[in-house]
Ligand binder design. Structure first.
Ligand code: MN
Length: 130
């Protein structure tokens, strides 16, 4: 098992999902930040510049896709990789999220076994792309 110390911002309004994602990441050595809505998530991203953001799509107020557009429009957050983490699993979703500008797409419920590697994959991919 590879130990990571990357800082991951989790934006998720569901307590159980937030706790699961946080615990799985921390057990695997990631550092985590949490926000329960898009507005405070954007503020945290601006403040702490995490290595990657895991973005729920259905959020109270601003949704995950709007939040992504906002992050991309600001110089301080434009380059942070953002992964959609969502229960939406209809045909065409992966393409839709990619078209919206997300760097990746992970479906809920997450796989505890695969999730850390999925997050690492996004970090590696974004570094190769630079
Ligand atoms: Mn939600």
């Amino acid at each position: 098992m590879t130990v990571s110390d990357e800082l991951v911002l989790i934006i998720e309004d569901n307590d159980k999902n937030l706790k699961l994602v946080r615990d799985v990441l921390q057990i695997n050595g990631f550092r985590t930040l949490e926000a329960v809505d898009a507005e405070s998530g954007i503020e945290l991203a601006d403040d702490r510049h995490p290595d990657v953001i895991l973005m729920d799509i259905q959020l109270p107020g601003m949704d995950g896709t709007e939040a992504l557009a906002h992050l991309r429009s600001q110089p301080r957050t434009a380059d942070i990789p953002v992964v959609a983490v969502t229960a939406f699993a209809m045909a065409g979703d992966a393409e839709r999220f990619k078209a919206a500008g997300f760097d990746g797409y992970i479906t809920k419920p997450i796989s505890v076994r695969e999730f850390p590697d999925q997050v690492r994959g996004v970090l590696t991919g974004s570094q190769q792309g630079r």
